[in-house]
Design a protein around this ligand. Structure first.
Ligand SMILES: NC(=O)c1ccc[n+]([C@@H]2O[C@H](COP(=O)([O-])OP(=O)(O)OC[C@H]3O[C@@H](n4cnc5c(N)ncnc54)[C@H](OP(=O)(O)O)[C@@H]3O)[C@@H](O)[C@H]2O)c1
Length: 270
């Protein structure tokens, strides 16, 4: 670990730490700035911590910094059986928020056990079912699906509600530009925010602010990942680990992740 100052060194001495890396994380050793390291509490394993770094920060920031949910509200989480969605659903429930979650039927029992109301996005009329469950609309929607789904998500919001878009999974296998579908979502959010309709929309990007507002970015990351790791330690969030494979089996791990047959993160171990 790179040494950046006595305060960081002293605070982290002897600690297990987690770091959000953009690239280069698939390695036995990584050189990181000590100011980016967040202490992992006792009782949280390395694999559990790994499973919630990207998913946990994303989920926490969308829920508490973008949508700013409050106890008693109802939210719609797309892909509630997935990596980000499952952490998001659990953090929302821990905050006293009711969760409707779209997922394939293979996730439904586990979601019900958590307290989520699951909806099958493959066969059901999702907007219609959400309107039945929340006739006044939902207070926030978290949408990584993109395309038509973003429009439905926006229309499902209650007055004062927030749409947080963060991906475009529905166009993942399309040929052509990867940026265009995201630009379309951005254009829609700008347009919706410009209209006087009492609702808000945004596109969340975990890396936003890293280059231009570095100390703010770092402070938020510390606080938010710290909250997520504490929630894992308290048992409020279960870090879903689908499989653990050695680093040398990274290709197999990728195939497994892409197969859509595993629930939870595929964790590489050095
Ligand atoms: N913007 C950011 O900063 C940021 C940060 C992190 C992740 N992301 C994005 O977030 C997305 C999710 O990441 P992840 O790690 O959670 O992936 P993941 O573990 O593969 O989960 C994605 C889930 O999406 C579900 N899904 C696929 N198509 C769907 C649809 N049409 N409607 C509803 N659900 C659908 C799948 O559900 P079933 O298994 O139930 O079929 C799957 O569980 C990715 O697109 C990723 O790029 C963005």
């Amino acid at each position: 670990m790179q040494s950046t100052g006595p305060a960081s060194d002293a605070a982290l001495a002897g600690q297990r730490v987690a770091v959000l890396t953009k690239v280069g994380g698939w390695a036995s050793h990584v050189l990181a700035d000590a100011r980016d390291a967040v202490a992992v509490p006792d009782g949280v394993t390395a694999a559990q911590a790994e499973a919630v770094v990207v998913n946990g920060i994303t989920a926490w920031q969308m829920l508490h910094r973008r949508a700013r949910v409050r106890a008693g509200q109802t939210v719609l989480v797309h892909g509630a059986g997935g990596g980000v969605g499952s952490v998001l659903a659990q953090l929302a429930l821990a905050a006293g928020v009711a969760v409707i979650g779209t997922a394939s039927p293979r996730h439904h029992d586990a979601l019900r056990e958590l307290g989520v109301t699951p909806l099958d996005y493959r066969t059901g009329n999702v907007p219609g079912r959400v309107r039945e469950l929340a006739p006044g609309g939902v207070d926030a929607v978290f949408d990584h699906v993109g395309g038509r789904s973003v429009i439905d998500s926006w229309q499902l919001l209650a007055p004062g509600g927030t749409l947080v878009a963060y991906g475009s999974a529905s166009t993942r296998d399309d040929t052509g530009s990867k940026q265009l579908p995201v630009l379309k979502i951005l254009a829609r959010t700008w347009l919706w925010n410009a209209l006087p309709n009492g609702r808000r929309a945004c596109f969340y990007n975990i890396w936003a602010g890293k280059a231009l507002q570095q100390s703010r970015f770092r402070a938020r990351l510390h606080a938010d990942l710290g909250e997520v790791l504490a929630a894992v330690r308290r048992g409020e969030v279960t870090a879903l680990i689908g499989a653990q494979l050695p680093l040398a089996s990274a290709a197999e791990a990728l195939r497994l992740a892409e197969s859509g047959t595993v629930t939870g993160k595929i964790v590489l171990t050095p």
